[in-house]
Design a protein around this ligand. Structure first.
Ligand SMILES: [Zn+2]
Length: 305
């Protein structure tokens, strides 16, 4: 079957608490035309500034992935990007009524559910991929990400936390819309009680709660409803990685393995990979540098019904 570009078939609207601000924030996904890519709008600001998703406009921090044009920011884009990547959505216009995306339940499940309820629309242009031609590795301390050639996207993740519910967890998965929905979308973000309390005391994470994260103390879990799977932790890390790999708006063909890494290293790794000569190629034969030509919001990008 030909691999066509996709957008959402109609508007998708979600609302929830932003973990940093504690405010209720609305996000809307609107259909966008072919080749529009993924364009965000700060719909709460005067002039409704738009920020195109592209590597230059993304910064990875320890706690979140941030989209920024240097003036306007949108925090916590990773779970939405993960859902878009996992479902294979190429073109979408995202209206955000705040400086961050709502955390929802801490996973990508609500995005997936609402997007699939509205449906996807095929568009008359082939999808473009980033092919990995040679092995490439990025390290930072104990963190490591490796990229290897492959004919499809496969992710592996390895984490280790000295906690009785986590210890060593590993996952390896071929990513398709089906495996994404079944194996990753439900996995919630997690944090440790002491660290969360410290950050709350400093006025950070105003919206953090047991409704939008797994919270661990020294021995176990504070959430009364338990884990969704025993390895929900590594599954969430893979969900995050998939989101961070989508900062180009293009899917990789390759085998990507991450160990002990987070958003900061994920984003650095993608940028280093794209900047390295002769390691990647776009599937339509264009050099990866062509990505930079797509980095501006194309004129005429409007939500379309
Ligand atoms: Zn996450």
């Amino acid at each position: 079957m030909a691999d066509w570009q996709k957008t959402v078939a109609g508007p998708v609207i979600l609302e929830g608490v932003g973990v940093f601000s504690g405010k209720n924030i609305r996000v809307e996904l609107w259909p966008a035309q072919v080749e529009a890519g993924i364009v965000f709008e700060r719909s709460d600001l005067k002039g409704r500034p738009r920020i195109k998703l592209c590597p230059e406009n993304v910064v990875g921090t320890e706690g979140a992935t941030v989209l920024s044009d240097g003036k306007n920011d949108i925090f916590m884009v990773e779970h939405l990007l993960s859902a878009l990547h996992g479902l294979g959505i190429d073109n979408v216009f995202v209206r955000v009524y705040g400086a961050e995306l709502p955390l929802l339940d801490g996973s990508a499940e609500l995005y997936v559910r609402e997007i699939m309820r509205v449906g996807l629309k095929l568009q008359p242009k082939r999808k473009r991929y980033i092919e990995i031609l040679r092995p490439f590795e990025v390290r930072n301390g104990v963190g490591r990400i490796t990229f290897k050639p492959a004919s499809e996207l496969r992710l592996s993740f390895h984490i280790h936390f000295d906690h009785p519910l986590i210890r060593d967890q590993k996952l390896s998965l071929r990513i398709t819309p089906l495996t994404y929905q079944r194996e990753l979308a439900f996995a919630r973000t997690f944090g440790f009680k002491e660290e969360l309390l410290r950050r709350k005391e400093r006025g950070l994470l105003k919206g953090g709660s047991l409704q939008n994260a797994i919270v661990l103390d020294e021995k176990g879990l504070l959430n009364g409803d338990g884990l969704r799977t025993e390895d929900e932790f590594v599954r969430h890390k893979a969900l995050d990685l998939l989101g961070d790999l989508y900062i180009t708006g293009l899917t990789f063909k390759g085998e990507i393995s991450a160990e002990f890494s987070g958003h900061k290293l994920h984003i650095e790794a993608v940028k280093s990979l794209l900047a390295a000569p002769e390691i990647t190629r776009l599937s339509d034969g264009l050099p990866p540098v062509a990505l930079f030509f797509f980095s501006k919001v194309p004129p005429g990008v409007r939500p379309r019904l």
